[in-house]
Design a protein around this ligand. Structure first.
Ligand code: NAD
Length: 345
């Protein structure tokens, strides 16, 4: 079931964690520690099946290895998923019980926030574990470390606008943002301030109303936003949004968003290339979060240093897009090769 799983990629360790006394069911995947301790967030989601959770954690942990490698961080890749509804009133107990499992790995794996687990939850895990980053208590009140990720998204859109759309600035650029959560909303603010015209969608009407009011955005149905008549599509919700059904409907000439695992399958990278759509690989553009937040693992955190490093993603992204165009290969393949070269050298 595990070793022949299609998403098993010689992960170093996959750990199944259980504590029936609080209803904990979780999986930790340590994909690689070749470049440093594995790092990656903790997702809490009511998966429909254990198999779905396993697929998610295997794919996400591999993505973390590649993300940190391309970003030049001294970190490996790991991730964990807790199979639970984040609105469960037992959430703090589940998080504490889970944190004890992370502690048992003695620093081979550091965890943090992801969907369903926020900076305050990271503080709860830190009660039982020394290997937690992205804690609310590490930041000034009100600062959300997802802002680092959003800044990376903004930098990425500037990169693809220059490299693939021939635009020197974002004035009047039409961008469709799918998902207005911690990353998508902050990205929308950056884009609005830079003069972009926004089309937005979310399953929550309150955040859509806010984006319409604050940014003059146009609202669109969540299941149609990928087909918006825009220059750039920015997926910032769940993964697998690029698939056989959606790709033929995409009108944007570029895709640059912050969601993880945007391609339903690797072959969709080639499908995007053939459709003439410049795709900024998800794990490259959404590295801002790990760049900004994970510095506590290996050095003193400095906001200014993190912002500078996140702004450096622009050259990396332009390099990937230019190489993809020159070699007539999918940008996802170019990024994977770059990551593997760093992990194995
Ligand atoms: P979030 O939970 O704060 O926001 C996600 C938003 O998407 C929510 O507002 C939700 O209502 C909306 N949504 C859900 N389903 C939707 C649909 N079908 N159509 C439109 N909107 C929908 O999450 P986030 O922290 O903004 O993360 C978004 C994505 O970015 C995730 O894939 C996450 O793994 C990835 N990511 C986040 C970070 C970070 O720093 N937060 C870092 C790297 C990657």
């Amino acid at each position: 079931m595990l070793f022949d799983h299609p998403d098993f990629d010689d992960h170093e360790q996959v750990i199944f964690c259980s504590d029936p006394s609080v209803g904990l069911k979780a999986i930790i995947a340590v994909h690689s520690t070749a470049l440093g301790p594995a790092a990656g967030g903790c997702r809490m989601h009511p998966y429909a099946s254990d198999a779905e959770a396993l697929t998610d954690v295997l794919r996400l942990s591999r993505g973390m290895t590649y993300k940190s490698a391309v970003a030049g961080l001294p970190l490996g890749g790991g991730k964990c998923v807790i199979i639970a509804d984040p609105t469960n009133p037992q959430k703090p107990e589940i998080l504490r019980a889970f944190a004890a499992h992370v502690q048992s790995l003695a620093g081979r794996y550091w965890t943090a926030i992801d969907i369903g687990v926020g900076p305050e939850d990271a503080d709860i895990m830190a009660e039982r574990c020394d290997y937690i980053f992205c804690r609310a208590s590490q930041y000034k009140p009100g600062f959300n470390p997802s802002n680092f990720t959003a800044l990376g998204g903004f930098v990425g859109i500037k990169a693809v606008a220059e490299a693939s759309l021939g635009r020197a600035d974002l004035q009047g650029l039409r961008v469709a943002v799918q998902g207005l959560g911690a990353t998508g909303f902050a990205l929308s603010r950056h884009l609005h301030e830079a003069g972009a015209k926004l089309v937005v969608a979310d399953v929550r009407s309150d955040v859509v109303d806010r984006a319409v009011a604050e940014f003059g955005a146009t609202a669109m149905a969540p299941d149609r936003i990928h087909s918006a008549d825009v220059d750039v599509f920015a997926p910032c919700a769940l993964g697998a949004g690029m698939n056989d059904q959606t790709i033929p409907e995409i009108k944007a000439k570029a895709i640059c968003g912050l969601a993880n695992n945007q391609l339903a399958e690797n072959r969709h990278g080639e499908m995007l290339r053939q459709a003439g759509i410049a795709y900024v690989p998800d794990y490259v553009v959404n590295a801002g979060g790990i760049i900004g937040a994970a510095t506590v693992i290996f050095s003193e955190p400095s906001r200014a240093a993190s912002v500078k490093q996140i702004e450096g993603l622009k050259e990396t992204i332009k390099d990937i897009l230019n190489r993809a165009a020159f070699e007539q290969k999918p940008s996802s393949e170019i990024a994977d090769a770059m990551a593997l070269e760093r992990v194995t050298s």
